[in-house]
Design a protein around this ligand. Structure first.
Ligand code: RB5
Length: 145
């Protein structure tokens, strides 16, 4: 599985922590930065990750900002993206199983690095359950038309 990951300045530290996790898990990834501590606009960093997922250049994306909120709002504007803002392990499992989320957003100012790693690990390893959830995903897709 290939992962696309980015943050804004508010998520730089946690992005680096999650990149360590991806290395620990032996995952293939592309880190879209930012590679400085300068203040940046989160939509500019959400877009390349969302686009990579939609184009099939990445299987899933991870976005981090101060709260995760701006990143998730921006990513969900891209057709085909189902970005879940998650700050607990239960929701990480549920959003993969039920929503087939293809992008995970987290906030560096909300969760500590240890919990964020567990959330990301859970989200990366849980499978979509399909079944009754298929038609619900289809109804979300229909909203994009
Ligand atoms: C940046 O200060 C902050 O607004 C951003 O990281 C994010 O939390 C926005 O939703």
């Amino acid at each position: 599985m290939k992962i696309a990951i980015s943050s804004d300045h508010g998520g730089n530290n946690l992005r680096k922590e999650i990149v360590h996790l991806l290395n620990d898990m032996g995952m293939d990834y592309k880190d879209y930065g930012p590679h400085t501590d300068d203040s940046v606009d989160y939509p500019d960093y959400a877009t390349p990750v969302a686009d990579a997922v939609i184009k099939g250049e990445a299987d899933r994306g991870i976005l981090i900002c101060g709260t995760g909120i701006g990143m998730s709002i921006a990513a969900n504007k891209v057709k085909g993206i189902r970005c879940a803002l998650v700050h607990d392990v239960f929701s990480a499992k549920a959003t993969r199983g039920h929503n087939d989320s293809n992008v995970l957003a987290m906030g560096e100012r909300v969760v500590g690095p240890g919990l964020a790693r567990e959330i990301a690990r859970t989200w990366l390893t849980e499978e979509f359950e399909g079944g009754r959830h298929d038609k619900r995903i289809q109804k979300i897709t229909n909203l994009e038309k």
